[in-house]
Design a protein. Sequence first.
Length: 365
Amino acid sequence: MKVECGIEKLKNGILQTERVTGKNLTLPILSSILLIASGKSLKLRATNLSLGVEVEIPAKIEKEGIVAVSGTTLAGIFSNIFQNENIRLEGEGGNLVIKAKKSRIKLKGQTYEDFPTIPLVEGKTFETESKKLVDGIKSVYYSSSVSDIKPEISSVYMYSSGDSLVFVSTDSFRLAEKKIKVKGIEDVPGILIPFKNIPEILRIFGEVKDVVRVCFNKNQISFSSENVYLTSRVIDGVFPDYRQIIPKEFRVEAVVLKQDLLNALKLSNIFSDKFNQINLLVKTKDKIFELSSQNNEVGENKTFLDAAIKGEDVSLGFNYKYFLDCFQSINTDSVSIRLNQSSKPMVISGNSDNSFIYLIMPMNR
């Protein structure tokens, strides 16, 4: 293998793929990045068997070839040396030689024949803007369960409804749903993307400005752009029928300024107990919207917010951390909070924004 390519694209490609490398001690080849020089490009591949990625970089190929080297070491090299110059990569006896104007590095290679195949997913497809895809996933994934005990909720659930692509996640204590308009989308019956793969999908495609092509079947899903191809396994399971827990009617609705509410939550957090509980009291007639918290070791706090309130009086407790999480998904200046009695979930959304809803189960203590 003999290749010459630009430093910046090579560096970015290496850093993108290195994060996907596996740490499986029984399969050490998973810790490597596979470099494939062919045609007019250099392909970088990495996989941990649950997630696989290929990044294609334009390059001058003098001699085709394949080399597998440690992803961590390669990323470390390109994070610390080489500035604004072309780099030469050469295969030498199964090893990789990196040449720059003032450097020559020889990196021990691994047996590339042991590197697993990254599957080319076949099935139903649709296309959407990368920004929309990332926005949809990012708006909900923090509500997923981090435990693998119930893999179907340690995921982001994706399906289509009308002209929208819907993303949902829940850990059974809170639930987030985001709808993204996708022109001409066909039926997406329901896909469970593993939670542990989500950060890399967001990181890689958060940098992509092109249209993303999504292809899926019952076992795998792939995301591809002009020079990036990523594939993930999907979870074999059934996502809970979450629509039945979304209340249809409410006893009270309050609209408050987002920043005022955020500041009040952060203040109340200082006085919250070990369960992170904050109490909400709404009195319609007196126009009271009160957040309070108490900690025997710290003290107590009550904060009153200006709010547009209609309905009945309601009092309930909730985990402030769950509430804080949803602010990253609300793009309006005002927040709508709809409530029932203490056994029903609180429903939060951006005021006059139907694309995102967030449910929090009350704390009954």
